[in-house]
Design a protein around this ligand. Structure first.
Ligand SMILES: [Zn+2]
Length: 371
């Protein structure tokens, strides 16, 4: 499985991979290990998922971990650089962790490391190619100290245009495209720079159809964020409340779900299993199973630590947490929805750019061009 290609060989392979990606995924294995024919999802032909190898149909994404990290560098925007790590070493260290979940039936993986915290699109594509996995990378910006100086100087539309280019054309001169928008807000009332980033993300989403995953974890901040998105005319199904489980007041989770946005419990770990089971059941009881996303925020190769430091495996959910969910009375159909259907719906992009498609397949004209 070692894949030590030169850059040129790799790009060539990537181009070939793009044309054959449809052939690779004619069958899917669900989380219980049954191999079944490609599941037909509602309106599957009207949307796509943008992976680092190119477009796939939403039904091809399969069992998905929607919030994980392969590589992170917390050094700060002024010092972050690809020279700070050896990509061959990161590949060698992280490959077994990804292979472990691939062997457990995970086929979809959203890598949530933002720009200026170590996002490396080429490295992600190398993993995707080596493992035949659907890995997504992102565009957008986080918060200080991970913001470049130009984030403060450029206008909302200028930032949005840069991110739109990363979704439509490619990242840093490659043909690898971002599949979603990753941003952050500060806790509490939003400070001006984060308001600007939210507006830029809304305009990027409206222009491309890509979904916004926003590091939040705080109720006041998320409701303010939703208000900005509404004022920009963005359908809230294009927004993911990342780290929702960090907000201890469950009423905020409900307020976000009832407005149509996604609530993401991405801190699932052995120590918090029972708390998350209770939260998931509470959301299901309220009827918000179709607004819920689950993941671990696990990984990662931490740049600066010897061989990436302490890495948390991605396997906990599939190996231990799903059996706990079943034991607690959550049925298999619901579990499939939470790990297969919902991630595909959250990450899907309408093929008709600049327009959205409602659940009946009708084109709505709520999407606009960037102002
Ligand atoms: Zn994260």
């Amino acid at each position: 499985m070692e894949n030590r290609l030169t850059k040129r060989e790799f790009i060539k392979g990537l181009a070939m991979g793009l044309s054959s990606v449809g052939l690779l995924m004619n069958s899917e294995t669900n989380i219980f290990g049954d191999t079944k024919k490609e599941k037909t999802m509602q309106n599957d032909d009207l949307y796509y998922i943008q992976t680092v190898r190119g477009r796939i149909k939403p039904s091809q994404l399969g069992m998905t971990l929607i919030h994980e990290h392969i590589l992170v560098d917390f050094i700060g925007a002024d010092k972050v650089s690809k020279d700070r790590y050896n990509p061959d070493e990161v590949f060698e260290v992280m490959l077994p962790y990804l292979k472990e979940i691939k062997d457990l039936g995970v086929t979809g993986f959203a890598e949530c490391t933002p720009m200026f915290i170590g996002r490396d699109a080429e490295l992600m594509a190398r993993f995707a190619q080596a493992l035949d996995m659907h890995i997504l990378t992102n565009t957008g910006m986080y918060k200080e100290p991970y913001l470049p100086k130009y984030a403060f100087e450029k206008t909302e539309d200028e930032l949005a245009q840069m991110w739109i280019n990363e979704i439509n054309q490619g990242i840093e001169g490659t043909q690898i495209k971002a599949g979603f928008i990753k941003i952050a807000v500060n806790p509490g009332s939003l400070i001006p720079i984060q308001q600007k980033i939210v507006r830029s993300a809304a305009r990027t989403s409206k222009a491309t159809g890509a979904t916004i995953a926003c590091h939040t974890g705080h109720g006041v901040a998320v409701l303010e964020t939703l208000d900005i998105l509404k004022s920009e005319g963005l359908p809230l199904e294009k927004f993911i409340f990342v780290h929702a489980g960090s907000e201890s007041d469950f009423n905020y989770h409900v307020k976000v779900a009832e407005q149509g946005a996604w609530v993401e419990y991405d801190g699932i770990s052995p120590g918090e299993a029972n708390r998350y089971i209770q939260l998931i059941k509470a959301m299901l009881d309220k009827g918000y199973g179709d607004r819920l996303l689950l993941s671990q925020d696990a990984g990662w190769y931490n740049v600066g630590d010897p061989r990436g430091g302490n890495i948390r495996s991605f396997a906990y959910i599939v190996r231990d947490f799903i059996p706990l969910m079943e034991k607690s009375g959550i049925d298999k159909k619901t579990i499939d929805k939470l790990f297969i259907e919902n991630p595909a719906k959250a990450l899907r992009i309408p093929i008709v750019v600049g327009q959205s498609v409602n659940s009946l397949g009708k084109i709505k004209s709520t999407w606009g061009k960037i102002k």
